[in-house]
Ligand binder design. Sequence first.
Ligand code: SAH
Length: 213
Amino acid sequence: MMEDAERKMQFLFALRSRGVTDARVLTAMEGVDRKAFVTGFFTDRAYEDMPLPIACGQTISQPSVVGLMTQALDVAPRDKVLEIGTGSGYQAAILSHLARRVYTVDRHKRLVQAAQAIFDAQGLVNITAMTADGSRGLVEQAPFDRILVTAAAEDPPGPLLAQLRVGGIMVLPVGQSDTVQALIRVTRTEAGFDYQELRAVRFVPLVEGLGQD
Ligand code: SAH
């Protein structure tokens, strides 16, 4: 059986070969063990470049997509970042290595609690995780330098656009749920918003309101 160390090497190689080339992003991803965020049956596949199921019927995203989204977000060390869709907490942990402070919200309390336990265990003290409907953003902490949405909406939610600082960047998948979605990058300028389409992706839908658990 292959050792974890060898699998991790292959993991990083796969990221590079799929276009994750930013040195800061690769270093951050090297520093976050995906295995810690995958529970149960699928822990064995934590270093494969595929999405995996987590609790509440959600998924931990494919690592190369996490890398490409993080790269597109272009996070600077002083940035205050908002992530919508905590899920396993994996993406937030990577962002915590790149930003000053990360706010992450999920509509499922159970996912937020599980992710918070991992952040605590790993000493990731610059992450604040909350149960909330992320389609409304997090008005009490706005504006944000960067916003990353890891669930697909039909269009960029208005409150998130409003909570982006001028000069700020938001990366999100848009499109009808369960069909092909486009990953887009929105840059807020003095005059309005610039939109850039990055690639096709597939994410779980952004659902309004809080989850049952
Ligand atoms: N970033 C995660 C993967 C997220 S999967 C990771 O690294 O593991 C998408 C997540 O978005 C799910 O956990 C889902 O519960 C959450 N979600 C969907 N709609 C939401 C909403 N309106 N507000 C907050 N979270 C939402």
